[in-house]
Design a protein. Sequence first.
Lengths: 313, 506
Amino acid sequence: MLKYILKRLFGMLVVLFLVLTITFVIVRVAPGDPAALMLGPDATPQDAAELRATLGLDQPILVQYGKFILSAVQGDLGQSLFFHRPVLSVIAERAEPSAFLALFSLIISIVIAVPIGIFVAYRRGGVADQGAVSTAMLAASVPSFWTGLVLQRWLASDLGWFPASGYGGPAAGFLDRMGYLVLPAIVLGIVNSALILRFTRASMLDVLGEDYIRTARSKGMSEGRVVMKHGLKNAAIPIVTVVGLTFALLVSGAVVTERVFNIPGMGSLVVGAVLRRDYPIIQGTLIVVATLYILINLCTDLLYLLIDKRVRY
Amino acid sequence: MLKSVTVILAAALGSVATPSLAGGVVNVAIVGEPDTLDPMVSTKDVVSIVTQHVVETLYTFDGSWNVAPLLAKDLPTISEDGKTYDIALREGVTFSDGSKLDSADVVASLERWLKIASRGKTVADKVESITAKGPDAVEIKMTSPYAPLLSLLAFSNSAAAIYPSEIVPKGDAPIDKVIGTGPYKYGKHVPDQYLQLVPFKGFVPRKDPANGGAGKRGQGPDEIRFIPVPDPNTRVEGLVSGQFDFADSLPAESYDRLEPSDKAKPVLLKDFGWPVWAINHKAGLLTNKTIRQALLAALPFDDMLYAAFGDDKFFKVDGALYPEGWKWHTEEGTEAYNQNDPSKAAELLKEAGYDGKPLRILTSRQYEFHYKMAEVAKQALEAAGFKVQMDVVDWATLGQRRNDPALWDIYITHSPFLPEPALTDMWFPASRIGWSNPQKDKTVDAFVAETDPAKREKLFAEMQKENYDDVGFIKVGNFNALLGEAKTLGGVPPSPWPYFWNASKK
């Protein structure tokens, strides 16, 4: 297994190198001048040219690339053009809201989707099944920003149950900050539960038709034990896979939801960086996101070992 | 695990479910994170809005947009030839680091302004010297009379900000820690979350009564907290929920959401600004004056404004470059505004020998009203015989492309009504649009050199007429800005650059 992990980690390095190169090229090929954006609408082209020179953006692209790669392999992702601070420290600040938003929304998704998915698979074709499938389709089809806006207006502005946006002020403690994540987590939880529900249902349906389920029933085992012990355990691998992928996507930044609720997470960081043409932040965020994505997928693969003893690497 | 997370969520929910504001804290939702806390190096409004509480200039504008003294004791004494400005400084003013303001600080700051600020550079070649005349007086000598100087010294963006000489860098380097003489100083700052301003205890206010940005600046709130909220709808909902006390730059459609609210109200800032079509005089189709006149003849400004703003409480069809009530207001030349005459435009195109080359309109959806008015204009221009190419890009791309005259014929932008016409750079041949003709240039040169206010008004009327005759740039109309404030907030006069030093909360 160690060999497998090492092989995956080596693969990760190759992927990261490609991510580094591709993002470097893409952000520079895209039109837009960070210097002009920083100086404001009334700055002259000469002002922008001077600032570009100060930022080193006037150097040949290969020189910039060489410097970038050399720094990156030493763990230095550069300085943000906008924040004037090391990229990694800016990203580290955004990790808390994104990580907890991902965690809370994933918990909400699992709590909604897995029990319902199991139940409707067991009652396949019934009213509950049709209702759950239709609702899941609806939840997956409605854009998350719309769900966010509706819940924000209803639960925050009109009823005052939640703060409408933000992540707390200077005096906000950890629990205060987490409170600001509840409403966006509910939004993301609802949206993502649709996918997990459908995977759970489909996976359970496959399993519940298997011979070993019939055998378990013929042995006189209770339905609960049949479904939960023999059914869910064998259906778990696709569910864990989709949960892992969902988590990876959420950690990398729920771009739209973070914007609607003004959460200073990875998603809003990268969107802001694109609009400001803050190249080092775009590059740094994508590298960190790619790393997280690969690591979460690796952890998901390793989880298979715990779930199913027959899996070998 | 699940249980403990649920407990945390419940506890957290309980602690913040009803947002409560600490006494004396004014929460202001702004459109984004300021790029810098040094207003000298940026022309962005969001930078001005924040930094004007901390950093001050020698002059400012009063409620009628007249130049008024701020760190200067009074308006300067100007020599008869208009070339020498003697500026007496207020005595006893201190910076938030405890040091006293003196002429050395002013000289160092203004020299940096001339060197690195966009607006400072426009006047740098006309400034012969800036000299300290004792500890509390400064003399500025010009190579030629230049009337807009005081407005430039008063403006809060690309501002001639006064810093302690000790923190002013020698070269182009940024200032590490911005220190000013304003009523507030910077507190805790978490980028993209909040920027806290706290009262500067050693602040020395002016004695004269508050009048716009001029006169006595108070320290009403115990804390002013600027919160970057890029999404306009989030700013609206934050106001309605009571989370924000003030929100800048709201979409017109949110007026009806705010009006019935029991916590917040809409604030209409009338005649906030003007959408402008910048015309490329350096290259391409519109270097031909007859084609420019065809463009002006074809445009239906009333329809464009209606499409852009949707309701006439948000705009006014007005060709005068300054609205009524401003000293610069004049109707000279405005008969050429809003002709909406496709046949005349077609004739002019024929006369110009127009060969069907596309008219490239560079615009962005960053400001939806730019795009909407361009869409309406496109139909009208095509009806007149123009072939129109809409280049719709993001704002960053527009900012880059407009610097290359080969890439556009028109780009769309907007501006607030600036207190001094010469602050609009499109009048000058060196600007991005490159508009130049001997008659107009002569009038503009006379305007900037003239110090007599009455003569300046007359010259500006001529400039406006020449803008319509030669189609230098196109004003689409006046638009109002929508802001929002909590019903509990007072003492914040509507302004393009709102300030909160005299704010109070019921």
